[in-house]
Structure formats: C-alpha cells, structure tokens
Design a protein around this ligand. Structure first.
Ligand code: ATP
Ligand code: NMN
Length: 175
C-alpha cells in the first residue's frame, strides 16, 4: 500500500495492543495519522482521560519507538447521531489519507459510505490488551502497568490517573 493511513480510536488508555497495531499499520503504510476519537470526552467510565492526556501517552510512546517522523496525532470530536458531521470532522481535522484502519463496525460503515478504503486490524493478544479490561484493573487497584507502554504508565502516574479511574467508577457505581 505504502501510502498515508488513518488510525482512529479512543485510546483510553493507549495500550500495547494499540502500539502493536500501529507498528503493523506502519509495516504496510509509509505514514499514519492517529485520530483521537471522542476527543471532547473525559472523566467518565469509558473515557476517563482527556484528549490532551491521551495525546501525551501516544506522543511519548512514539518518541520511545522512534516513530515520531512517521506519525501525526489529531483530535476527532464525536458528533453522536449526526454521523455525516463526524465524517466532516475527520475531513476537517485530519490531513488527507488513503486507507482508514479500524475494527469499529460503525466507523467502518461510515467511512466506507463516505468513499474511504477501510481495513481491519488484526487483534494482538486481545484478552490482555483491551481498554475496558485495563480500566477495570485500575478501578480495582490491580496490576495494569505491564499492559501499557512505559510512556502511558508515566503519564497516568503523573496525573494520578489510577485514582481518577477508581473515583469515576465508584461515582457510577461500577466497582
Ligand atoms: N489488542 C489489540 N490489538 C489490535 N488492535 C486493537 C487492540 N485493542 C484495540 N484495538 C483496535 O484499536 C482501535 C482503537 O481501539 P480502542 O481505543 O477502542 O481500544 P479498546 O482496547 O478496544 O478499548 P475499549 O475496550 O475501551 O473499547 C480499534 O479499532 C480496536 O479494535
Ligand atoms: N458520529 C460519531 O460521533 C461517531 C461515529 C462513529 C465513530 N465515532 C468515534 O470513533 C471512535 C472509534 O474508536 P473506537 O474503536 O475506540 O471505538 C470513537 O471515538 C467513536 O466515538 C464517532
């Protein structure tokens, strides 16, 4: 393919499955635009971290992996049921790209209907590397650090993120 890819995700938090996915995309493409989805969302169980915090996790991980020259991070706010506006956001906030990468079925449908080529991503050890399970481990005060790049753990520690997740989950009666 060897073009420019678009990789969309919430990255709550950016974990080793995402890093592996990114490396897999870059084994097929020259460069990648990483779209931070649900950019306006934070401090809720599915989206505890702000877009800026997520960008920092990814930015620092890219630096450590020497991938910064081949990647660009952009923010993509949700538009809820106004899906044509979501496509409009992607067109507005991201540079042009050749192929979008996602396993999210709605994103795939919307991007394909908007005329984009869309590719799925192979799952890397999905049992371990899943945002939902990592957030749950944080909420329960269990071990999560070996499931994320060091850069992500550093950002989360700097903002006391484990405690934030615990408070948000308690607030919503989840744990
Ligand atoms: N372990 C993994 N291996 C490969 N791709 C992954 C992995 N985990 C997530 N992805 C993909 O990366 C994209 C962004 O994922 P997302 O940020 O939703 O992470 P997630 O782990 O699926 O989080 P959550 O459980 O919070 O939905 C999606 O297309 C998703 O399928
Ligand atoms: N209309 C919309 O706002 C719309 C539609 C489809 C996907 N999305 C977003 O795309 C992202 C998809 O990433 P995930 O793979 O992490 O679910 C999410 O942030 C999701 O909210 C938004």
């Amino acid at each position: 393919m060897n073009g420019r890819a678009f990789y969309i995700g919430r990255f709550q938090p950016f974990h080793l499955g995402h890093l592996n996915a990114l490396k897999w995309i870059l084994s097929r493409e020259k460069e990648v635009i990483i779209g931070i989805g649900s950019a306006q969302q934070s401090f809720e169980p599915k989206n505890p971290f702000t877009a800026g915090e997520r960008a920092l996790m990814i930015w620092e991980a890219l630096k450590q992996e020497n991938l910064l020259e081949r990647a660009l991070i952009v923010m993509v706010p949700d538009t809820y049921s106004e899906h044509s506006k979501w496509i409009c956001n992607i067109r507005t906030y991201a540079p042009t790209f050749d192929t979008a990468y996602t396993n999210d079925e709605l994103s795939r449908l919307l991007l394909e209907e908007a005329g984009y080529q869309v590719s799925p991503i192979p799952f890397f050890d999905r049992e371990k590397y899943s945002g939902t399970s990592i957030r749950l481990l944080m909420a329960r005060g269990m071990q999560w650090r070996d499931l994320v790049p060091q850069a992500t753990a550093k950002v989360i520690d700097a903002i006391n993120g484990e405690q934030r997740v615990q408070r948000i989950y308690r607030l919503h009666g989840i744990v």
